[in-house]
Write a protein that binds this ligand. Structure first.
Ligand code: UDP
Length: 310
């Protein structure tokens, strides 16, 4: 099997590379390293089945060999990163999606887009099923990401309808684990790095907003099941265990035996109040369900952050 992964040097991309390489597939990882980290690919650089291409999906992509799967993950994905790189985020989701769809069409490859729970915006129903169309601010401070991914979904749906391209879309909810970028501003890495250095834990707002955190191994197994399935559909991939940000802070303080205090600061604009995936569809059609408990996943992530900060 020949697999192409865009965003292969990123957090989730590098775990997918790992899984496919361990199955002895040939893997090509594309990344422009804007938010991806080359170090995430160090374990594979000497493997004869692995190729890294420092390319930007905004440009036409020319690959000589046949491809069986194209997985398009390339995008800034944390609120801090996409706010810093808004135009790039728009282009990765729009032009990058069109370019990778064109590549999959030319190679007659199966295609997967990683979309996001952000397409639901600040949802007015909870949990969110795939049939919910969302509550999104089209020009707000998160719109470069939300709308780029909504465009990307429309592009995938059109290539599927018009060209019969074998596509699927996974909407990823908050994912955490090793290889996350530590200074990316995300809540799990912020809280862990603050807790282990006994600095104040910065809660944005009152901490009553909720998220549902999925350990990366579970997210990756969901992506692979969707890739392998024959359903050209949209699947939520996330962990339905919903907690408040205050509860997350308390859990991380306790797991790290930290002396940190909690400091409440301003809530960023358009920060969604709740996020909880309805994963009935992935469970029924992909036979997928997340297995890693938050406490276990956090312990693994804490060990990894400790090692990376040393
Ligand atoms: N958050 C926080 N403190 C931080 C970083 C984030 O309270 O140091 C909050 C943020 O306001 C949001 C939630 O944690 O409500 C998750 O933020 P993150 O940036 O990880 O991802 P999001 O789910 O918003 O895309």
């Amino acid at each position: 099997m020949n697999i192409l992964i865009t965003g292969g040097a990123g957090f989730i991309g590098s775990h997918l590379v790992d899984k496919f390489i361990s199955r002895k597939y040939n893997v090509i990882a594309i990344d422009n390293l804007l938010t991806g980290t080359k170090k995430n690919l160090d374990p594979f650089l000497k493997n004869k089945n692995f190729t890294f291409l420092n390319l930007d999906v905004q440009n036409h992509i020319e690959i000589s060999q046949d491809l069986d799967y194209v997985l398009h993950l390339a995008s800034a994905a944390s609120p801090k990163a996409y706010t810093q790189h808004p135009i790039n985020t728009l282009k990765a989701g729009s032009i990058g999606t069109i370019n990778t769809l064109g590549l999959a069409k030319a190679k007659n490859a199966k295609y997967l887009l990683t979309s996001t729970s952000e397409v639901y915006g600040d949802p007015q129903i909870s949990p969110q099923p795939e049939t919910y169309w969302g509550n999104v601010n089209p020009n707000g401070v998160r719109s470069m990401y939300d709308e780029a991914k909504r465009f990307a979904e429309a592009a995938v749906a059109s290539y599927n309808r018009i060209y019969n391209l074998d596509t699927r879309i996974v909407r990823l909810f908050n994912t955490y684990g090793p290889n996350m970028k530590i200074n990316d501003g995300r809540v799990v890495t912020n809280f862990i790095s603050q807790a282990i250095s006994n600095q104040d834990i910065t809660i944005y707002g009152k901490g009553d907003q909720t998220r549902s955190f999925c350990y990366v191994d579970d997210t990756v197994s969901g992506i692979i099941k969707a890739m392998e399935s024959n359903s050209s559909e949209v699947f939520n991939i996330g962990n339905p265990n919903e907690i408040t940000i205050l509860q997350l802070a308390e859990e991380i303080i306790s797991l790290t035996n930290s002396n940190s205090s909690i400091k409440f600061v301003d809530l960023p604009e358009d920060d969604p109040m709740q996020r909880n995936p309805d994963i009935t569809k992935a469970n029924e059609k992909l036979n997928w369900f997340p297995e890693v408990l938050l406490k276990d996943g956090l312990m693994k992530t804490i060990s990894w952050v400790e090692k990376s900060m040393n």
